[in-house]
Design a protein around this ligand. Structure first.
Ligand code: UD1
Ligand code: CA
Length: 472
């Protein structure tokens, strides 16, 4: 293994991704909730690389901002360098020459922002083998049944050494028959790479696409040194590039399977593994049970003995041990203590903070609200900007009227309070500990502790009314 600092990574991410036909640039397309470029950066990080350079071009403000935001505070340097015009992969690396030359890293690992599934094991094994070989250039290759648009690896028929890469657009019919492809992942000696790129980019681009191909460095190295290391990978799926929506679906499915499989090994039950989606940064405890159609994304953490039924979306949320999520809920930036029951059909929005044993039933929406231990909102309720005390009971159809059209206001509901059904709480408002609110009230004033608040029209009964009006 190389020492930290002796290897830097360069990530190609300037292309638009025309074949995706999208308003969003390719490397920001999410796979299991995480943008492609993040998968690549994270992969390099896991392989112990701490100096990274990302070449950006299309939509560079967004990509740069994203990369900076995500990697803030990590013990790695991730620098974005601009490629103004997308003149090819070789030109893209060339644009980063100053940065590349300033780190003293002997080796540069070149990664594509659109190849998200390379595993840490693969990267580490490749870097180790490539650096041991002493060659100036090493690359990952794979044998594919349908090599399609990938660059073809040309080997010397006598010794089997890699001598060149031919892009599909430039290949002859014979070359197109080659089923060994270039995965677009290289380890190069930084000094060789910079010299060769200078030569390449100062010449003319004479290929079919009129681009400066990074792949031309293979032939250059082979001519100079006699050979280049072509490291054949068995897990061909890891090298799959994302160029079309079909590719994205395939890559997602591969990543998904791998992650689901990992969690099953760790003691998670998946009733239908092919229908469970778990993001790469999600953590799950033992004896979690996941029904089909469950999506867990972002930095979600799930404790042990948690069951999540059919059709739930959980993003950036924390669920304590023993929670039970019934079908069809949506959780985003929510925090649940232990033994919390949610749903079916509940919506927990950012800032929903539920204590131990809380129960949230069907058609309940919660936003920026703390519900203390043992409190309940079992049916048809909206709680926004509220604090609900321990063991309080929120009746069916309770609404916090938190917004006056300009500002948001707070609702305080005390410990053990009982809010009758169909109550509107016009905030700012307070219901004291152990207080009661009569069903159907529209409250605008405080209900002190242990009192009853009633705020509705008194019932009248008009006897014989129907007869007088000649109603049938
Ligand atoms: C490239 C390789 C091909 C290989 C394949 C593997 C070249 C010439 N070809 O082809 O041999 O089989 O990857 O996936 O390298 N990019 C830039 N600036 C540019 C052009 C591209 O930053 O001017 C970036 C893209 O954003 C992308 C990566 O480089 O992340 C690869 O570019 P792409 O156009 O997808 O190359 P391929 O045609 O896939
Ligand atoms: Ca590609």
């Amino acid at each position: 293994m190389l020492e930290r600092g002796s290897c830097q990574a360069l990530i190609l991410a300037a292309g638009k991704g025309t074949r995706l036909r999208s308003q969003t640039i390719k490397v920001l397309h999410p796979m299991l909730g995480k943008p492609l470029v993040d998968w690549v950066i994270e992969g390099a990080y896991q392989a112990n690389i701490r100096d990274m350079i990302v070449v950006v071009g299309h939509d560079r403000e967004r990509v740069t901002q994203h990369v900076e935001e995500v990697h803030q505070g990590k013990d790695a340097s991730v620098v974005c360098v601009t490629q103004e015009e997308q003149l090819g992969t070789g030109h893209a690396v060339w644009c980063a020459r100053e940065q590349l030359g300033s780190t003293n890293a002997e080796y540069t690992l070149i990664l594509s922002g659109d190849v998200p599934n390379l595993s840490t094991q693969t990267l580490e094994a490749f870097v180790a083998r490539a650096s041991e070989s002493g060659k100036s250039v090493a690359m990952i290759t794979a044998f594919l049944e349908e090599p399609a648009r990938y660059g073809r690896v040309v080997r010397d028929p006598q010794h089997g050494e890699v001598v060149a890469i031919v892009e599909a657009a430039d290949a002859t019919e014979d070359e197109l028959e080659i089923d060994e492809i270039n995965a677009g992942i290289y380890l190069m000696k930084t000094s060789f790479m910079l010299e060769a790129l200078e030569e390449l980019c100062q010449g003319e681009a004479t290929n079919a696409q009129g681009e400066f191909y990074l792949t031309d460095l293979i032939a250059m190295a082979s001519e100079r040194e006699g050979s280049v290391l072509g490291w054949v990978i068995d897990q061909v799926e890891e090298t799959q590039g994302v160029n079309t929506r079909q590719d994205l679906a395939l890559a997602t499915d591969y990543a998904r399977q791998r992650i689901v499989d990992h969690w099953m090994t760790q003691g998670v039950t998946c009733l239908a593994p092919s229908q469970v989606f778990i993001g790469p940064d999600v953590e799950l405890g033992q004896d979690v049970v996941l029904y089909p159609g469950v999506h867990l994304e972002g930095k979600t953490r799930i404790g042990s003995d948690v069951t999540i039924e059919q059709g739930n979306m959980v993003r950036n949320s924390v669920l304590g041990d023993g929670c039970y999520i019934k079908s069809s809920c949506y959780l985003d930036q929510a925090s649940l203590g232990q033994f919390v029951t949610i749903g079916p059909f509940a919506h927990l929005r950012p800032g929903a903070d539920l204590g131990d044993g809380v129960k949230v039933g069907n058609f309940v929406e919660i936003k920026k609200t703390r519900m203390d231990d043992g409190s309940k909102a079992s049916h048809l309720t909206y709680l926004g900007d509220a604090h609900v005390g321990k063991k309080a009971n929120i009746g069916a159809g309770t609404i916090t009227c938190n917004y006056d059209g300009v500002n948001k206001h707070k609702t305080e509901i005390g410990e053990g309070a009982f809010i009758g059904s169909n109550t509107a709480l016009v905030a700012p408002i307070k219901v004291g500990d152990g207080a009661f609110v009569a069903a159907g009230s529209t409250l605008t004033n405080e209900v002190p502790s242990r009192s009853l608040g009633v705020a509705r029209g008194r019932q009248r009964v008009i006897e014989g009314w129907a007869d007088r009006k000649n109603r049938p």
